[in-house]
Design a protein around this ligand. Structure first.
Ligand SMILES: [Zn+2]
Length: 485
C-alpha cells in the first residue's frame, strides 16, 4: 500500500522538496494568547449561557425559595459563601440535566440509521478480538483501513495496548489517527496541546511491528505555537519510521494505492472547523466554498472517498441536528431540510459524495450511523458516518477522566459492491470500544489501552451528586442555623 500526496508523489518523499513550503502558510511564530475558545461567537455565547447564566438563574430560584422559607442569614460572610456555593452546586446540577435533556433531544434512532450494539439487530461479536461487526453492504473486499480516536497528550505516562486491542488491528495495514496539537521538544504549556517527541516511538511499538500510522495534523491545536512550529512538528513526524503525516493545506488529502490492484485509489481528506488561534494559514478550513476551495477542492477522482473532519463540539456524547444533517448531505449529495433556520455548512453535490465520514475533536464517543444512498445505476446501498471516535490515548487521570479516557476503534472493509461493481463501498464495519487504564508495570506510570466493557451514559452522574451534596449541604446548614445560631 502506497500513500501518495496530491501531486502523486509518495507521501514520504513529497515533503522533502517541499520542506520550505510556504504557500499561504508563512513562517511566523505569532499566536493570540487571549483566545480562550476555538469556537465562533455564537458557540461562545452558548458556552457562557450554560456555564454562567443557566446556573445563575437556577441559583436565584433556589435563593428565592429558601429565603421565603428561612429568611436572610445574619452574617454577610456566611451569606455570600452560601450564594457562591449555591452557584457552584447549580453548575454541576444544570450540567447534568442539560446533558440528559440534550441527549434525548438529539437522539439518533434505529430509524435514523443508528448502529449500536444492544440496539441494532444483526450485529455479531467476535470472541477473538472482542469486537462488534455489522455488515453494511455485500461487497468483494479488497482492503481494510483502521481508525482510532484522538491521540491526546500522555503527560509523562508510558503507553501500552493490551492484546485484544492489538489483535483488533492485526489486519489493518494503515491506521489513521488525529494527533491533537503538535510534536514539540518542550511539550505543552497552559491551554496548549503539544506532545513530547516520545509519542512517536510509543506509537511505533504500540501495536504490531508492521503497523503504519497516518497522523492528521489538521486540528484546532495545530497552530497553538504559531505556523513555524507547526512546520517543525510536521517534519519531526514525517521523519519517524512507519509514520506518515497529512493535514497541511497543500496535503489536505492523501491517496492510497494498493500495488496489488493498480489504478484503484482511495482518497482521504481532512479539514478543521476550528482553530484555537482562529488561524487557518496552514490548514484547510472545513467549509464549502465551491469546487476550488474548501473540502470540495479535495474531493479528487478516486474509487472511495473518506472525509476525516475535525468538527463538532467537545464533550458532547450526542450529535447536534445540524451535524446529523450535514453528514447526510455530504454522504448523499441531497439537500437537507434544516429546522429553525439552522445554517447548512455544505452545498450538497451528487457528483461529489463522500463514502465514509470519520469525525474527531469532541474527545468523547459519538454514535455510528448508516445513511442510505443510490449508485449511478440506482442500486441501493449504505454509506457510513462515525461522528466522533473519542480519544484513543489520554494522559488525564482525574479532571475529565470520566469523559476523556474512552474511544472507538474502527476497521472498515472496502471493495466493489456485489450488485454494482462500479460503486466501491464498505462491507463490514467492525468496532471496539477502548479505555485508557492507568497501570504501573515496572514502576513507570503507564496508560494501557484496553477494551472497554463499561456503560457510557450521555450524562455525568458525579455531576448530579456533586450538585445534590452542595445544595442539600446548604439546606442542612440553614436548618441548623435556625436552631443553633
Ligand atoms: Zn480538537
Amino acid at each position: 500500500m502506497v500513500l501518495k500526496a496530491p501531486n502523486d508523489d509518495p507521501l514520504k518523499d513529497y515533503y522533502t522538496p517541499n520542506h520550505d513550503y510556504l504557500g499561504d502558510c508563512d513562517q511566523n511564530c505569532k499566536t493570540k494568547w487571549w483566545l480562550f475558545t476555538p469556537y465562533n461567537v455564537e458557540e461562545t455565547k452558548y458556552w457562557l449561557f450554560r456555564m454562567i447564566a443557566l446556573p445563575l438563574g437556577a441559583s436565584l430560584i433556589f435563593i428565592f425559595i429558601y429565603q421565603i422559607g428561612f429568611g436572610s442569614i445574619n452574617n454577610p460572610i456566611f451569606e455570600w459563601i452560601t450564594y457562591i456555593s449555591l452557584f457552584i452546586g447549580n453548575i454541576f446540577f444544570t450540567c447534568y440535566w442539560r446533558e440528559l435533556a440534550r441527549a434525548e433531544y438529539f437522539k439518533i434512532t434505529l430509524d435514523d440509521g443508528l448502529i449500536e450494539e444492544g440496539v441494532t439487530p444483526d450485529i455479531t461479536f467476535s470472541n477473538d478480538t472482542e469486537a462488534y461487526t455489522y455488515k453494511l453492504n455485500e461487497i468483494s473486499e479488497k482492503y481494510k483501513i483502521g481508525f482510532v480516536g484522538d491521540i491526546m497528550m500522555m503527560r509523562k505516562h508510558e503507553l501500552e495496548a493490551d492484546e485484544k486491542v492489538k489483535d483488533f488491528f492485526s489486519d489493518a495495514k494503515i491506521i489513521v489517527a488525529n494527533l491533537e496539537g503538535i510534536v514539540r521538544d518542550c511539550g505543552s504549556t497552559f491551554k496548549t496541546q503539544a506532545h513530547k517527541p516520545e509519542i512517536l516511538t510509543q506509537l511505533g511499538k504500540l501495536l504490531n511491528c508492521n503497523t503504519q500510522w497516518l497522523l492528521c495534523l489538521g486540528n484546532n491545536h495545530s497552530i497553538d505555537f504559531g505556523n513555524k512550529e507547526f512546520h517543525t512538528s510536521l517534519h519531526k513526524i514525517r521523519k519517524s519510521p512507519n509514520t506518515f503525516v497529512f493535514g497541511r493545506n497543500d496535503v489536505s488529502n492523501t491517496y492510497y494505492e494498493n500495488p496489488a490492484i493498480p489504478s484503484i485509489y482511495y482518497n482521504l481528506t481532512t479539514a478543521t472547523q476550528w482553530s484555537n488561534q482562529h488561524n487557518w494559514d496552514c490548514l484547510t478550513l472545513l467549509e464549502d466554498r465551491g469546487s476550488n476551495n474548501g473540502i470540495r477542492a479535495h474531493h479528487h477522482d478516486a474509487h472511495f472517498h473518506i472525509l476525516y473532519p475535525h468538527w463538532g463540539f467537545e464533550n458532547e456524547r450526542y450529535v447536534r441536528t445540524r451535524f446529523q444533517l450535514d453528514a447526510r448531505a455530504l454522504l448523499t449529495g441531497v439537500r437537507q431540510e434544516y429546522p429553525n433556520g439552522l445554517p447548512a455548512l455544505f452545498n450538497p453535490d451528487p457528483t461529489q459524495c463522500w463514502d465514509l465520514i470519520i469525525g474527531h475533536h469532541p474527545h468523547v464517543r459519538q454514535p455510528i450511523m448508516k445513511v442510505p444512498a443510490k449508485t449511478a445505476r440506482n442500486v441501493s446501498f449504505n454509506r457510513l458516518v462515525v461522528f466522533s471516535t473519542g480519544n484513543f490515548t489520554s494522559g488525564v487521570h482525574f479532571l475529565r477522566a470520566k469523559k476523556h479516557l474512552f474511544g472507538t476503534s474502527i476497521i472498515c472493509g472496502i471493495g466493489p459492491l456485489t450488485a454494482d461493481t462500479n460503486q466501491w463501498a464498505i462491507g463490514n464495519v467492525s468496532w471496539q470500544r477502548t479505555v485508557n487504564v492507568r497501570t504501573k508495570p515496572g514502576g513507570c506510570k503507564t496508560k494501557t489501552i484496553e477494551r472497554d466493557e463499561g456503560d457510557y451514559p450521555s450524562f455525568n452522574r458525579n455531576s448530579f451528586w456533586y450538585g445534590v451534596i452542595i445544595i442539600v449541604g446548604i439546606l442542612i446548614f440553614r436548618i441548623l442555623e435556625r436552631f443553633f445560631f
